[in-house]
Write a protein that binds this ligand. Structure first.
Ligand code: ZN
Length: 361
């Protein structure tokens, strides 16, 4: 070997050693997107219904990270999803999850708790939620785990266990991650029986859980139409710049709202109006599926969920329609409603109408 060859071999050896040292210590395969300093989300490739192709990942998993600690909001649908998040946070951010927030009791949001079961048992991770969410999970998660497994596939859900929240959050409580402050708001009877909202007032970031959808039909199964509409008005009054819900939506300018927030409100408002209008036309609950709202037919889940949403809305709107339609009571006794000389208004159906496709979230 010539002197030149020896030098080249030495340099090659040094370069190889340096390359090995510079190689990443772990593999991070999660495509986190940055929302603000310390705030990231991992969103699905497309807004879609739960299917084997997306393994149940149909909404963003988001995280607030600072100083090696992470607050994870809605850890996703499964053990595998949660494990990817856990590995990625350790790898990319050098962070350990200390807190998990479950915004509401839907399987695709909360079953990722499973990946942190060991750390929950060790007391190094707390799972935070409203009391209503904890109760909803205890009641429905056995069924919703089975339902999600049917939809997403056995492989996607392998090893997933139900891990319930460990601490109940109250309205007005503030969660602190380094310099970041997230105020807790509770919505009762909105998208579900108990929806948790987090509000970073300084940066106008709003975590809205299932209250805000993108191009996917909102799910009303466990919710209240009027409660949800009132909740969205309350959220809009905060004037958020970014909403992280079933999608991530950014206000295009300072004077406007994130379009997903206004879009969700538009859908629910049109559903309400259309159902009341159908009652005015004399239709019955069995006709609720004729309320199709074709303007939203391109949204994911329209075919699967619109009929059910209409029936759910119908049941809620019946007493509203009754009050709206009843004339003032006459001073003297009058025949019963619908009698020979009673109101000519159509009588809406009884409220016990069964939904066409009860969901098992
Ligand atoms: Zn939900």
């Amino acid at each position: 070997m010539s002197a030149l060859q020896a030098v080249c071999a030495l340099l090659l050896g040094l370069w190889t050693a340096a390359s090995a040292q510079a190689a990443p210590r772990c593999a991070d395969d999660v495509p986190w997107q940055r929302v603000a300093p310390g705030v990231w989300h991992w969103s699905p490739v497309a807004e879609a219904e739960i299917a084997p192709a997306n393994a149940g990942h149909v909404l963003p998993t988001s995280v607030v990270v600072h100083g090696g600690q992470a607050l994870l909001i809605d850890p996703g649908p499964s053990e595998a999803h949660g494990q990817r998040v856990r590995r990625s946070l350790a790898c990319r951010f050098g962070a350990q999850v200390r807190w998990i927030v479950n915004t509401h009791a839907h399987a695709e949001n909360v079953l990722g708790n499973s990946a942190f079961a060991d750390r929950v048992a060790a007391g190094t991770v707390q799972i935070l939620a409203t009391g209503a969410t904890r109760a909803g999970m205890a009641q429905r998660c056995p069924d919703c785990l089975a339902s999600l497994t049917t939809k997403a596939g056995v492989d996607a859900m392998a090893g997933t266990r139900i891990v319930l929240p460990t601490r109940t959050l109250t309205e007005g409580e503030v969660l602190r991650v380094g310099p970041y402050r997230l105020q807790v708001m509770r919505i009762e009877q909105g998208h579900t029986e108990g929806d948790l909202v987090l509000w970073d007032a300084r940066r106008r970031l709003l975590w809205a859980g299932g209250l805000v959808y993108g191009q996917r039909l909102p799910e009303l199964a466990q919710g209240s139409l009027d409660g949800w509409l009132a909740a969205l008005d309350r959220l809009a009054a905060l004037r958020p710049r970014v909403v992280l819900g079933n999608t991530v939506s950014v206000a295009p300018e300072a004077s406007s709202l994130p379009p997903a927030l206004t879009g969700t409100r538009a859908y629910l408002g049109e559903l309400r109006a259309a159902v009341l209008n159908a009652m005015d036309q004399g239709l019955q609950a069995s006709d609720a599926t004729t309320v199709t709202l074709p303007a939203y037919s391109t949204w994911a889940g329209h075919a699967e969920r619109q009929g059910f949403n209409a029936q759910r809305a119908w049941r809620e709107m019946e007493p509203v329609w009754m009050v709206k339609s009843d004339p003032p009571a006459p001073p003297a006794a009058s025949p019963p409603r619908g009698g020979a000389s009673g109101s000519a208004k159509p009588v809406p159906p009884h409220p016990g109408t069964r939904p066409i496709a009860p969901e098992t979230h």
